[in-house]
Design a protein around this ligand. Sequence first.
Ligand code: AMP
Ligand code: MG
Length: 424
Amino acid sequence: MADRFPPDRPNPPDLVPFAEARASVLERVTPLPVTEVGLGDALGTVLAADVAAAEDLPPFANSAMDGFAVRGADLAGAGEDTPVALEVTGEVFAGTGRLPTVEAGGAARIMTGGALPPGADTVVPVEQTTVDGDTVLVRLDPGPRRFVREAGEDVRQGTVVLERGRVLDPAAIGMLASVGRKVVPVHPRPRVTVVSTGDELVDPGDPLGPGQIRDSNSWLLAAQARLAGAEAFRCGRLRDDPAALRRGFALAAADGDFVLTSGGVSVGERDYTKQVLAELGDVRSFKVAMQPGMPQAFGLAAGTPLYGLPGNPVSCFVVFETLVRPALRRLAGHPDDRLDRPQVIARLGEPVRSPAGKVSFLRVRLAVGDEALVATLTGHQGSGVLSSCVAADGLAVVPAEHRELPESSPVQVLLLREDLAWVS
Ligand code: AMP
Ligand code: MG
């Protein structure tokens, strides 16, 4: 059991508290300038201005049923045993533009979505009628405007249908189309450029030489960035060589709205990343009081925000979810209360330990228990053990002031999987 937890280390004095790190990153990121996009490209973007309906929805009164458009007064007293006969004088389909007029004693066959023809003021469903040649026997007094969808009953022209800050999800896109909007002002998806650093890295598919490992972080980060709503581009692996790093970071910064780099931000011999980032302008290295993921760097490289994440894949994963994702979402125009992953409260299914003075993000599985959600560790929590992320439904947060929490303690869990969002 004990080896499932990393050993406590003394609490270095230069650690930045997690909340402070988060605030100082967010402070330096502002939503991308507004652009107009077509509806086909708008899914997942954030609306930058209120949208008012330019037209009524529906645009005209129409039938909610297949049946007959009639004059209600003709059907007073109609019933199962007292049917009323009307003469069928016309037909209206969805899309019919030239409408027949319904005179007293007459009826027009009408299909769902057909415009209510002049003269008619109500609709009888076909199930309440029997047709005999040009005559229809009606067994229902429908009452006024029955089965009529009135013009503007869904949305009145001029009403705000979607507010600024709204994510354009499928319903929102359907609404925009319904009220005639083809192009909308949004914050564009951030273009995220991703680089990895390290002499030891090899792409998947290439032969693995002695001492080499796969570059997983650039794939991992690009995928996380995409799920966060960004467009992500892997811009290669950079060698642990100052000139290569300089060139690579400059290209990534020129190409993207946000650069992600991993590795080289701790204190190893060849950790040149830190040194090169410092030359780029305004990028600072720091240690955050969190586990995993302590060594990080952030700042503006030639004006583009750049985040240096730790090399260990789990650290990389957790730093992205907890610090980078909110920043990318701010860039994409999401309001402050929607920057973080949704959270739920769960009870720990086992005792956990956490290093002094650091917030821990534990990879947990969630299960529905008798009274609460139950969070259990996904296994070895080491910062290189990516399988602990693969199995995780969420990240359980152990605040910095706790060194251990007993079984059943309530904990906040950041939900990693969108199909779990129902739990909140
Ligand atoms: P570093 O911070 O560069 O010293 O890296 C810390 C650890 O993470 C080392 O074991 C690296 O080999 C590993 N690592 C760094 N970058 C990557 C990457 N892109 N993919 C997988 N592992 C990495
Ligand atoms: Mg390295």
